[in-house]
Ligand binder design. Structure first.
Ligand code: G6P
Length: 609
């Protein structure tokens, strides 16, 4: 959720680097921000409520400088967003500063006992206990003090710590929250996310849980929290700075929507076999037989990834004839699920760090399931702890509302369903038809995003609505859920997604002329039925906006507004039908003056429960 960064150099001022790094991680949290540096034996800190921009203004008015520093952008968990609760947090001596991403679960107990020992707390955060606990153990060696303090902490953390008495030492540690070390010619960094570092270096080391790093201007060492040395490999980030720029688009979300014509292909590049009508997924090579023999597939995810999972369920049952279930990670991990021999879990996550999804994966593995990741962020926790899996290669997604990661997940799921299907139920001829249809998707997406201006015009007619209903059937039911989620997330309009036939079991009571109903009414097996549902809405005075197959005159006659999409195979339709809904939500949110890339209360990577 929060973003942390630390930097140590040989004499260069780190503040601009820290602020730039925070900007790159702002999607992780943006309710308050702060920075601390060491200079001339003193610790200097600036904090503020609001976004990183605000912190930058504070620093313009009241600058600080130092060759070592830490910084933080916050998504509040304990204690309201305020300048007081913003990180860095200091100890009682004012010499030690810490930034933290995660949650200290036993902070109440720790705080009480530290208060009994005379420590005075000044914030409402769980993080402040770290500062006082490290202070308690500090006798001149910051590394030792951090190690001793962490032995008492339960919970998730990525932390970075500095101390005025050791101005040439940056200490950082992780357990359950991501942390990477960046290596430059004349500087070392720690950060929650590679995006914060890529401008300076592409050489990184991924820390694992229960590991820490100690960096000086001359080098760094990595150890376990038990102080055993660990040798880490330096890995190279494969994407570049262009991915973290808006490249002329007003928002990252719009840029990422447009990128989809390329990213869907990146998801399956080199993975589709045209002549044999099959798919080859390197990360599943050792699991093909397990998948072919699977009795049941369980897809575990949260949020938009969960919606992709629902489409995956339909695909796997339809094409591969494997019984498939989709689980909310947060429910799965706590509800004593039944796992049988032959069950395979696909764990799907854009970030690869969502805490519930990661924990659910652990639970599935503990109960004996093979856990395979479908993950976007390379080197993320789910990718590293799964038994195998597939990267979606959508590139860095910065807009908090997920768009391109979703369509890439669908492409990968389609490739998996094809691969498993070819071993079980699909013929070469059918396989080839699927591959051909998948290869045509980028061009079809291009035709949809070209309707940008038309969708913006349509969106302008719905800006004043305060409720929306999204209806779809079959493969388009999860798209209805995803369309409604996009609108909720970024425009704050209440929207519900429903299977169209369920409308008459409740939501139909809501329909009047003020309630727009978005129908995803493409020409598939449910077409006639969804037309009937549309009639039912029209008969009650509802306004209909339909996503329809190109050239469909019936839908055009019935709906108030229509956005057409090209025809593809039924199981690939969601990859196309979701795109006008992403654009619709985007333009409605922009017209309402909402902060599209950083919607209120949300965070891109949810590393707390
Ligand atoms: C957050 C994000 C959503 C995302 C969900 C799951 O809620 O705001 O956009 O779908 O987490 O994230 P994941 O990284 O696991 O796909």
């Amino acid at each position: 959720m929060c973003g942390i960064i630390g930097c140590i150099t040989r004499g260069k001022n780190v503040v601009p680097t820290l602020i730039e790094g925070l900007r790159r991680m702002e999607y992780r949290g943006y309710d308050s921000a702060g920075v601390a540096v060491l200079r001339g034996g003193a610790l200097l800190s600036r904090k503020t409520i609001g976004k990183v921009e605000e912190l930058s203004r504070v620093l313009d008015d009241d600058p600080i400088e130092g060759a070592i520093g830490i910084a933080h952008t916050r998504w509040a968990t304990h204690g309201e967003p305020s300048t007081m609760n913003a990180h860095p947090h200091l100890d009682s001596t004012g010499k030690l500063a810490i930034v933290h991403n995660g949650i200290v679960e036993n902070y109440r107990v720790l705080r009480r006992s530290l208060e009994e020992e005379g420590h005075v707390f000044t914030t409402e955060t769980d993080t402040e206990v770290f500062a006082h606990l490290i202070e308690k153990y500090y006798t001149g060696d910051l590394g030792d003090a951090v190690r001793l303090a962490l032995a008492e902490v339960h919970g998730a953390y990525g932390i970075a710590v500095i101390h005025a008495d050791q101005p040439e030492l940056l200490v950082a540690a992780r357990n359950g929250s991501p942390l990477i070390v960046g290596i430059d010619k004349d500087a070392y960094y720690v950060a929650s996310d590679a995006a914060a570092l890529v401008r300076h270096t592409k050489d990184v080391v991924y820390l694992d849980d229960m590991e820490m790093v100690m960096a000086t201007p001359e080098g760094f060492s990595t150890t376990t929290l038990e102080n055993e040395l660990v040798t880490k490999h330096v890995e190279r980030i494969t994407w570049d700075i262009g991915q973290i720029e808006k490249n002329g688009y007003p928002h990252f979300m719009l840029k990422e929507i447009h990128e989809q014509e390329r990213t869907v292909m990146d998801a399956v590049r080199g993975r589709l076999l045209e002549s044999s009508g099959d798919a080859f997924l390197g990360g599943l090579r050792d699991h093909r037989k397990t998948l072919t023999d699977a009795k049941r597939i369980i897809i575990i995810a949260c949020g938009t990834s969960w919606h992709a999972g629902l489409v995956g369920e339909y695909m796997l049952e339809d094409l591969a004839r494997v019984s498939t279930e989709v689980e909310y990670a947060s429910e799965f991990r706590y509800r004593n699920p039944v796992i049988r021999r032959g069950d395979v879990a696909f764990v799907m996550s854009q970030s690869g760090e969502t805490r519930d999804t990661l924990a659910a994966m652990g639970e599935a593995q503990r109960r004996g399931a093979v856990a395979l990741g479908i993950v976007n962020v390379v080197g993320s926790s789910i990718a590293r702890r799964s038994d195998g899996g597939v990267y979606t290669h959508a590139g860095l997604e910065i807009g908090v509302a997920s768009t391109k990661a979703f369509t890439s997940q669908l492409m990968v799921l389609a490739a998996i369903a094809l691969m498993v299907g070819r071993s079980r139920s699909i013929s070469v001829i059918e396989g080839r038809e699927i591959v051909r249809a998948m290869l045509a998707i980028p061009q079809q997406i291009h035709r949809i995003v070209e309707k940008n201006a038309e969708i913006e015009r349509i969106a302008s007619r719905y800006v004043e609505s305060s409720n929306f209903l999204y209806l779809g059937r079959g493969y388009n039911f999860p798209v209805a859920l995803e369309g409604a989620l996009k609108l909720k997330e970024i425009s704050y309009i209440h929207a519900e997604g429903y299977p169209a036939a369920e409308m008459k079991h409740g939501p139909i009571a809501l329909i009047d002329e003020k309630m727009p109903v978005v129908f995803i009414a493409t020409q598939d097996a449910y077409y006639e039925k969804i037309l009937s549902n549309m009639e039912e809405v029209k008969a009650r005075g509802g306004r209909v906006l339909a996503i329809a197959t190109e050239g469909d005159t019936q839908v055009a006659r019935m709906a108030d507004d229509v956005i057409e999409i090209p025809k593809t195979l039924p199981h690939l339709t969601p990859i196309l039908s979701v795109i006008p809904l992403q654009l619709l939500a985007y333009y409605i949110a922009v017209a309402r003056g909402c902060h599209v890339d950083q919607p209120r209360n949300l965070a891109k990577s949810v590393t707390v429960e």
